[in-house]
Write a protein that binds this ligand. Structure first.
Ligand code: VNL
Length: 392
């Protein structure tokens, strides 16, 4: 009798309908994807969105009996908005995994939310070393700048570059790049002849390029965030530096595959260190690039895209291990130690740091089939984040 009254009350209140919907809703796992979809870093958002969609198209939208639903929101590259969106998604929308995070300040802004709510936060783009330490629920599928910069620095010193001048974007991943390039370059016998930091907003590289040229280094080492490379290349060529005999070396963020063709032949010969090239010659990557281009004819997948693609794989594999369970601690435990083949090559999630371990390739810009590509010519295998490895 009591039950029937309760049922009646629920029906009249419309609670049962909501309850049923709630029952179904539990069969759906919502993933909150927060990205800069507009503004100067929209290319990062678009690359990751395209890769996430491709992953779902290829692997289906059901895992371990749960339907996957992506909730995509544009944070416009404003950290306060990232934080508010993360809170709303977790508290109001019932999101069980947060993902995306195009730049370091945005990833850092969401970290307290993932830590407090115990919701996994998959960092698919941002690359400052310390990010993973800001919440025990962060797992990174992108890269760290120290991974790239150390490989570049030691290669340069061992390959005829005695003096280098570094130019980096003046924010955390730039500072990481500057520090770790210098560290590995000088340890291997190189000498720094100058360092410059370029403001992030409306960057003008010209005065810094002039300072670098005046210091007469054998090479300029550069870190700029994905999307700023085109302007850098333009100003580099305008000053005739491509014909100065000085070498241009960088992290792969500069000759980003999405924009490299726009640099023109002045980019030929540029040497960079990075985990991903659209020209990586594995069967997995050839298939990835073809499928990505088919779904997005105006784009070529870049290093940001694989952070999104592999981030989805980490989420899918974790859900398989938990049998569809969405408890944050259980998902984190399932993510730690995952190892699989990415379009970039073999990768794993370091169980101790939750950071990505991956090959860093040395690449040279060359022309292939009428397009500019970063062609890999050497590999440093299974690189852990050197910044965390350097600390107790
Ligand atoms: C970051 C690092 C952003 C590398 C980037 O492009 C990049 C970051 C937007 O950590 O903010 O290429």
């Amino acid at each position: 009798m009591q039950r029937r009254n309760l049922l009646k009350a629920m029906l009249t209140a419309g609670v049962l309908a909501a309850g049923t919907a709630g029952g179904y809703a539990e069969e759906t796992v919502k993933i909150g994807l927060i990205l800069p979809m507009t503004g100067p870093f929209a290319s990062t958002g678009k690359q990751i969105e395209a890769a996430v969609k491709l992953y779902i198209a290829e692997h289906g939208d059901t895992v371990a009996g749960k339907k996957i639903e992506i909730v995509l929101k544009d944070d416009t590259n404003v950290a306060d908005i990232t934080k508010r969106l993360a809170q709303e998604m977790v508290v109001n929308d019932g999101v069980k995994v947060l993902a995306g995070f195009g730049l370091t300040p945005l990833a850092l802004a969401a970290a307290p939310v993932s830590a407090q709510a115990k919701v996994p936060q998959i960092v698919m783009a941002a690359g400052t070393a310390i990010i993973t330490e800001r919440s025990p629920f962060i797992v990174r599928t992108s890269f760290t700048l120290p991974q790239k910069a150390t490989v570049m620095g030691s290669w340069a010193a061992r390959n005829g570059i005695g003096k280098a001048f570094s130019i980096v974007a003046d924010f955390a991943p730039g500072h990481d790049s500057e520090k770790w390039f210098k560290d590995s370059f000088t340890k291997a016998g190189g000498q720094m002849v100058g360092e410059a930091r370029v403001p992030m907003a409306n960057p003008d590289f010209a005065p810094f390029l002039q300072r670098a040229a005046d210091a007469k280094p054998d090479a300029i080492f550069v870190f700029v965030p994905s999307g700023q490379g085109a302007l850098f290349a333009k100003q580099y060529v305008e000053r005739g530096l491509d014909k100065s005999g000085m070498k241009l070396i960088a992290t792969g963020d500069l000759p980003d595959d999405d924009i490299l063709n726009g640099f023109g032949d002045a980019a030929l010969g540029m040497i960079t260190a990075d985990p991903y090239s659209a020209a990586h010659p594995s069967a997995k990557n050839v298939a990835y690039v073809a499928a990505f281009k088919k779904a997005n004819p105006a784009m070529r997948p870049n290093f940001m895209s694989v952070g999104g693609y592999d981030g989805m794989h980490v989420i899918y594999e974790a859900l398989k291990k938990t049998n569809g369970g969405t408890d944050g601690e259980a998902l984190l435990a399932a993510m730690k130690g995952l190892a699989f083949e990415s379009p970039r090559g073999p990768i794993s999630i370091d169980p101790a740091t939750r950071d990505i371990v991956q090959n860093i390739y040395l690449r040279k810009v060359e022309k292939k089939d009428g397009e500019l590509y970063n062609i890999e010519f050497a590999t440093v295998e299974a690189v852990k984040d050197p910044d965390k490895a350097s600390r107790p």
